[in-house]
Design a binder for this molecule. Structure first.
Ligand code: NAP
Length: 456
């Protein structure tokens, strides 16, 4: 029997091992999910919305325990874990309150007696999710899916099985049907067998671009709808008229979030020549003052990375970047060993041809890319395969807004603030950052049958 193992990244010690679901168990879970779907879709929308409110209550009741599981399994400091969990509760309340209106029939004035668009559920939605926001990523897909009358099968990251099972227990404690949300403990390579099953209607994956390509090709073969939230290398443009101190603080805070392991993060700080020196000094000053340590310790501001192998990969990217001409301003030393710690690292003078210019750096590394002027900064911003988030720093709000709206190639672009997800706004990317949207009414309409009804 294969196993999934939780390893504490702060110590490298095994927390617990879980037996994976074999083929027979997966088939049984799909059948149970399908039978539940046939009943759940008949439950009135108001009752499904009320279930989301109960989910929010359960999350708030157990929030400390969930933050601790997150800290132990993937290294997020308790304070950040609590913020993640509380955001999950408030998003449940948001969808409970607004969702029914998003799902209401939309009448159309036509020559017919009656004509309207209705949003009907489609069945089992498979979620393939990452470890970096192990509660938020899962719940933000599950709420709209369940509210619309679908049911969920989760395939969580193999290093966070404890989170997967804790999330499953939230739905049971909140009184949803037993099989409305189930966690499959299977590795990524077995996702294809689930997608192929006729009862599985659609797939949403949050993760790396290679995983997205693989799921999209299997889903394409079986003609299943997909939403893909993939990697990103968000440009943060520091224009010539930026409030530089504000830009420094915001970029540092963005990079610090989740130990740099966030899909939306200031991964490429594109700084116009005029600000380059002060920007580098300021970023180093803030990041060098952070406390790296045990995520259970309240003094810790960033913990270990989530896995030692990912830490070693990140260090390899740093070393290759330095060898290709990047200048090291801070950190850059791999402590090695079983735990997954990596010190905050700052690279500057990053130019085209250097790995840190093109590759996504998924960890505590700040990458500063010099730009001659504003036009050059924009050119660099779009010189990437990714298109998830982006930010523009400038005191000329009108001009910055035009650049954000019309010129930066991304799914989200904010002016003078860091990019973050918010249930009220659609979230997703363009280019190899994926397609489709999560959150808001746009997310809710991804996994429904948008059905036309005409009564003549
Ligand atoms: P990952 O290796 O792609 O894993 C994500 C999920 O996909 C895991 O459940 C993984 O399962 C599964 N998976 C991996 N390969 C697969 C395959 N060939 N077929 C089916 N499933 C597969 O990504 P990660 O390292 O956990 O996360 C980091 C990446 O995710 C970064 O690129 C980051 O930017 C991106 N991300 C994007 C968003 C967003 O909203 N756009 C949010 C967070 C993270 P196993 O664990 O079993 O391999």
């Amino acid at each position: 029997m294969s196993e999934q193992t939780s390893i504490n990244p702060a110590t490298g010690e095994v927390i617990k091992s879980y037996t994976e679901h074999d083929e027979k168990a997966v088939l049984r879970m799909i059948e149970q999910a399908h039978a539940t779907y046939l009943q759940w879709r008949r439950v009135p929308l108001t009752d499904r919305a009320a279930a989301l409110v109960r989910i929010a209550d359960v999350i708030m009741k157990n929030k400390d325990a969930y933050a601790e599981i997150i800290a132990l399994e993937m290294g997020k400091p308790l304070k950040e874990g609590l913020a993640e969990v509380e955001k999950c509760a408030s998003a449940a309340r948001y969808f409970a309150e607004k969702g029914p209106a998003f799902l209401a029939d939309q009448p159309l004035a036509t020559e017919y007696k009656k004509s309207y668009v209705t949003f009907q559920p489609i069945g089992i939605i498979l979620g393939v999710m990452p470890w970096n926001f192990p509660f938020w990523q899962v719940l933000r897909y599950a709420y709209p899916a369940l509210l619309a009358g679908n049911v969920c099968l989760l395939k969580h990251a193999s290093n966070t099985p404890g989170c997967a099972l804790a999330i499953e227990s939230i739905f049971r404690e909140a009184g949803l049907p037993e099989f409305a949300f189930q966690s499959l403990l299977i590795p990524g390579k077995r996702v294809a067998e689930v997608i192929a099953h006729p009862h599985v209607a659609a797939v949403t994956l949050t993760g790396s671009t290679p995983a997205g390509r693989s799921v999209a090709s299997v889903s394409g073969h079986h003609l299943k709808k997909t939403v893909l939230e993939l990697g990103g290398s968000d440009p943060y443009l520091i224009l010539e008229d930026a409030d530089i101190e504000h830009a420094i603080k915001t970029c540092a805070a963005s990079r610090l979030t989740n130990c740099g392991q966030s899909c939306v993060s200031a991964k490429r700080m594109i700084v116009t020549q005029k600000h380059l020196l002060r920007f580098g000094e300021g970023i180093v000053q803030i990041l060098a003052a952070q406390k790296n340590g045990d995520p259970l310790d309240s003094a810790t501001t960033y913990g270990p990375m989530s896995r030692a192998d990912l830490r070693d990969e990140l260090h390899d990217q740093v070393q290759r970047s330095i060898a290709a001409g990047a200048k090291l301003l801070l950190g850059g030393k791999n402590p090695g060993g079983k735990s997954a710690f990596y010190p905050f690292t700052v690279l500057t003078d990053v130019k085209k041809g250097i790995p840190a210019y093109t590759e996504e750096m998924f960890g505590p590394v700040a990458v500063i890319i010099p730009a001659r002027d504003d036009a050059h900064a924009l050119e660099i911003a779009n010189d990437t395969e990714f298109g998830l988030g982006g930010a523009v720093f400038s005191t000329d709000l009108e001009r910055a807004e035009t650049i954000a709206r019309d010129h930066v190639e991304s799914g989200l672009c904010f002016v003078n603030m860091m990019v973050r997800s918010d249930p009220r706004f659609p979230f997703g990317g363009v280019k190899t950052s994926g397609y489709g949207r999560e959150l808001s009414a746009f997310g809710l309409h991804e996994f429904v049958n948008i059905k036309t009804i005409i009564v003549a």
